[in-house]
Design a protein around this ligand. Structure first.
Ligand code: KG4
Ligand code: ZN
Length: 353
């Protein structure tokens, strides 16, 4: 198949990122450059991402980041096949910065534009890193999303389950805040949990054993808050709480993925069983280990991209761009940025029984 080289911009949250990736589906691709400028410090003092600050920081950084990505890749603009950018979902001010810049570059360099759904970037990362063939079961666990989907030939995403309240990363971030840990909470909870007793605090396992493959995390967060606010709770109990919380998340998640595996097998009875994990929370080693054990017991091949490609980056957007190029799916220069953009609508009828 023809190979493509794509420059991509990602500005949907608090990372300003640009990357150049080459290759052809099903992958693996070659990452020629992958530049990520995190705004962590700007947001840390507010305990979360502040949209206005994010948009401004993207505007200030984007030109230099694009230049750095091209220079590092050692590629001249005329040798690119397309310019890709995240067009949503995300903080609209930030998305517009990246998408507008990509449009300007596409116009100036006379290259086609590809508008990418950020979630599709996460969903296809395993193809860029491991050349994973369709179909596969995808567990997408990030700061804004928590979903189980089947990913089949180009653009065919079917939702098996989603969170009915908080996303997985959001739960980590909120519990970290309750424990006085800095943003982003996920990595800090994981570090602290390693020194704690996961059985110290009895916490609920939301949705465990329920029909379907939906998630819920807000009850768990509330249970943590109630314990942390008691006067007997001391700073030295924080590691035990981090460990207990992480264990509860893992227990619920494993139950839900196990249920989704059964749905996947029913939908793809004759194809190989594959589980792919994506999104920032996939960087958590304890979660990845538990998923590894589950995958082995159900004879699923597990693929977890490296942590730097699980969290937000532009290489995954460039790869999704390559998949669009391969099927001639380009976008007009007036394509709109979208704050909300589900990858797959819910399909209750198909999976109800
Ligand atoms: O995919 P991502 O970089 O951004 C979104 O698109 O949301 O995910 C960020 C989320 C944050 O909530 C962060 O706390 C979480 O991923 N995260 C983790 C870990 N590393 C990042 N959660 C648990 N354990 C980790 N090691
Ligand atoms: Zn993301």
């Amino acid at each position: 198949m023809q190979s493509f080289t794509v420059l991509a911009l990602e500005t949907s949250c608090d990372e300003t990122a640009a990357a150049v990736v080459g290759g052809a589906p099903p992958g693996p691709g070659s990452i020629l450059s992958n530049v990520v400028l995190s705004q962590l410090e700007e947001h840390a003092k507010f305990g979360g991402v502040v949209p206005e600050i994010a948009a401004r920081a993207h505007v200030e950084a984007i030109d230099a980041i694009v230049e750095a990505a091209l220079a590092e890749a050692g590629i001249a603009p005329q040798n690119l096949d397309a310019i890709a950018a995240t067009a949503g979902p995300g903080l609209i001010g930030g998305v517009m910065v990246g998408l507008t810049t990509a449009k300007a570059l596409a116009l100036a360099w006379n290259k086609p534009l590809v508008a990418i759904n950020h979630l599709e970037g996460h969903a296809l990362t395993a193809r860029m890193t491991h050349g994973t063939e369709f179909p596969y079961l995808l567990l997408l666990i990030s700061g804004g999303h928590c979903q189980l989907l089947t990913v089949a030939p180009p653009g065919e995403y079917k939702l098996l389950g989603t969170t009915i309240d908080d996303a997985a990363g959001e739960a980590f971030d909120k519990v970290a805040k309750l424990l006085g840990l800095p943003y982003p909470g996920g990595p800090n909870i994981e570090k602290l949990a390693a020194q704690g007793n996961p059985k110290a605090f009895p916490l609920p396992r939301p949705m465990k054993g329920r029909e379907g493959a939906d998630f819920s995390f807000s009850g768990l967060k509330t249970a943590v808050r109630q314990i942390v606010q008691q006067t007997e709770f001391r700073p030295e109990h924080r590691a035990d709480m981090a460990a207990s919380f992480q264990a509860a998340v893992i227990d619920s998640m494993i139950d839900r993925v196990n249920a989704a595996m059964t749905l996947f097998e029913a939908k793809h009875p004759s194809e190989s069983r594959q589980l792919v994990v994506a999104g920032g929370v996939a960087a958590n080693r304890a979660i990845a280990n538990a998923l590894g054990e589950l995958a082995e017991s159900r004879s699923f091949r597990l693929t977890v991209p490296p942590p730097s490609l699980c969290t937000d980056n532009a290489a995954m957007i460039a790869w999704a761009g390559i998949e669009h190029c391969a099927r001639n799916a380009f976008d007009p220069l007036d394509v709109a940025a979208r704050a909300r953009w589900p990858l797959a609508p819910r399909q209750p009828a198909e999976f109800a029984s």
